[in-house]
Write a protein that binds this ligand. Structure first.
Ligand SMILES: Cc1ncc(COP(=O)(O)O)c(C=O)c1O
Length: 385
């Protein structure tokens, strides 16, 4: 079996499984907010996890607000920056055209509910946000932009965005920069203090830790307001008893990054060789081919052969891919991300996302190559559109 949907959810990494076995068996187990000895021990383990996560991403522990993952984090940041603030005269939200539903739908909500105007930053054909266009938009709308949201790496194409440059543009304009780092952190080196980002996000299940645990990275947490009020946990920024074991698994997963660096590098090399071989054999299109991309992501199309047909065919070889992101997988048309890149319908409909990670078998790309050839040969005889 080859699991090739790491961008959907990465499997728990070995170190996390070992940690969990011991942790569940031996504790400490308590409410981390209890003042008895066990509560304090549990709290110490959770605070240690915060410190490990902070070190892994070049942040201070106080800049980490634990939560359930990126969707919640993004919702909280939008709420904090936008709710009830339109009176301040800043009524514009700038977002890129390739954002995840977590960002797009927050922007839509605050547009419909609070009256903000959404402006979409153009995307270059290589899948990167057009920073020149953003600069121009910022100048033309000086003093009116409430926030800019551009992700660090795209979940479908894996294209890495020029987030430091975007952060610089935002800093010069005095505008908060919200960067959805969900697909980036844990897959590539990242340092929050050098990133020019005001708010970033981590989801446990994208980094080999547990689903339902994550955190916000906030340059200045005093800018945040709680979305979940409750009992004042997380410095009154996120109420509710903490999912402390989930947070600990993120720390364990992130702590293995240095060890996995070499594997990620190898993954990148194998991916490039795999893509080259395929391009030599078939008229395939690889999205964001000429842009920097995440080590293990290929979004590939054979125009004329429907992506879903390829997905089903690969599944008969026990290989699990998707046609786009989990949140839009049911749509049999060209994804919004590809449309923003100017990809035509005949190319977009053939797209299949192959996303691997450091725990993938070493020969994964060879096996996927063989299975893809089989699928293309079979499906190519009766083109699906
Ligand atoms: C880029 C991006 N942002 C946000 C999310 C939402 O993360 P979660 O579902 O863990 O809250 C995802 C998950 O697919 C993602 O890929």
């Amino acid at each position: 079996m080859i699991y090739a949907d790491y961008n959907g959810s990465a499997p728990l990494c070995r170190e996390v499984i070992d940690y969990l076995k011991d942790r569940l068996e031996n504790g400490p187990y308590s409410n981390p907010n209890a003042i008895h000895h066990l509560g304090q021990k549990t709290k110490m383990a959770m605070e240690n996890a915060r410190a490990v996560c902070a070190k892994a991403v070049g942040a201070k522990p106080k800049q980490i607000i634990f939560n359930s993952g990126s969707t919640e984090g993004i919702s909280q940041v939008f709420f904090s920056l936008l709710y009830g603030k339109i009176k301040s005269g800043k009524n514009l939200i700038f977002i890129s055209g390739i954002e995840h539903a977590a960002v797009i739908n927050c922007a839509k909500f605050y547009s419909e509910d609070q009256g903000y105007e959404i402006h979409v930053i153009p995307t270059l054909p290589n899948g990167q946000c057009d920073t020149e266009a953003l600069s121009k938009m910022m100048k033309e709308n000086a003093g009116k932009v409430a926030m800019v949201a551009v992700m660090a790496a795209n979940n479908e194409t894996g294209v890495v965005q020029p987030y430091k440059e975007i952060g610089q543009i935002c800093q010069e304009a005095g505008t908060p920069f919200v960067c959805d780092t969900t697909q980036y952190i844990g897959k590539t080196a990242f340092n929050f203090s050098e990133s020019n980002i005001d708010f970033a996000f981590v989801s446990g299940h994208k980094v080999g830790a547990m689903t339902g645990a994550g955190f916000i990275l906030a340059k200045d947490h005093s800018q945040l307001r709680p979305l979940v009020i409750g009992g004042g946990q997380e410095k009154e920024l996120r109420g509710g008893t903490q999912n402390y074991i989930g947070f600990e698994t993120i720390a364990v997963a992130m702590d293995t990054f240095e060890k996995k660096k070499e594997k990620i590098q190898k993954l990148q090399e194998s991916r490039l060789a795999f893509e080259k071989k395929l391009k030599e054999k078939y008229p395939v299109v690889i999205m964001g081919d000429d842009a920097p991309r995440l080590g293990g992501t290929t979004f590939i199309s054979y125009p004329g052969i429907h992506g879903q047909a390829v997905q089903i065919e690969l599944e008969t070889s026990d290989i699990y891919v998707t046609t786009s992101s989990a949140c839009s997988d049911n749509e049999p048309t060209t994804s919004k991300v590809l449309k923003a890149m100017g990809v035509t319908e005949d190319v977009g409909r053939g797209a299949v996302r192959i996303s691997l990670g450091p725990c993938s078998p070493e020969d994964a790309y060879d096996r996927i190559y063989d299975a893809l050839i089989k699928a293309y040969e079979k499906l190519g005889k009766i083109k699906s559109y």
